[in-house]
Design a protein around this ligand. Structure first.
Ligand SMILES: [Zn+2]
Length: 178
């Protein structure tokens, strides 16, 4: 996203602000906007009332494949693909909108939020670089995050095959069909 005009800059500030509100780390803002690091730092402090956390981002493809994170990541990704695909939304705007949508769904289903804004952004990067993709579950037909390198014949998702340690009730039906 190159800054082309005052309006464009205003839009980028708006997006960055929204991303900070949703909990994005500074690296996400630096990557998704062309605003300077100094401006983003000031923006972050103004919105969050504190300095951004330091340290590495949680880069790991495996995290998205563990039981609950995979369900949450798949839910988010379904919304993101819909917005960028059918709705032809710009990727950064789609990232923000899909994440908001994900939070709404999590609240509506009374689930705990597992996917942070930063993780959602990392997921999109992994999908764009073809490290992660989705595979339809043979049981429910929903599309779930999987490694693109693995073979996925007869793939059964984490909702249809809840690990025994997870116990208790099966989470409510999630709208994961593409
Ligand atoms: Zn399934």
């Amino acid at each position: 996203m190159r800054i082309r005009s005052v309006l464009d800059e205003a839009r980028q500030i708006e997006l960055a602000t929204e991303m900070v509100r949703l909990g994005a780390r500074l690296q996400v803002l630096e990557s998704e906007t062309d605003l300077s690091r100094e401006r983003l730092l000031r923006l972050y402090k103004e919105v969050q009332g504190k300095s951004p956390p330091k340290g590495m981002l949680p880069f790991s493809t495996d995290w998205f494949l563990t039981w609950q994170p995979s369900i949450h990541a798949s839910l988010f990704l379904g919304g993101y693909r819909h917005l960028t695909g059918r709705c032809k939304m710009h990727r950064t705007e789609a990232l923000v909108s899909a994440y908001r949508l994900y939070l709404e769904q999590v609240v509506a289903m009374e689930l705990e939020c597992k996917l942070s804004m930063t993780r959602a952004w990392i997921l999109v990067r992994y999908v764009e670089s073809d490290m992660l993709g989705t595979t339809p579950c043979v049981s429910c037909g929903g599309h779930f995050v999987t490694h693109t390198a693995d073979l996925h014949q007869n793939f059964v998702c984490g909702l249809c095959n809840v690990p025994s340690r997870a116990g208790k009730k099966r989470p409510t039906e999630l709208p994961l069909a593409a």
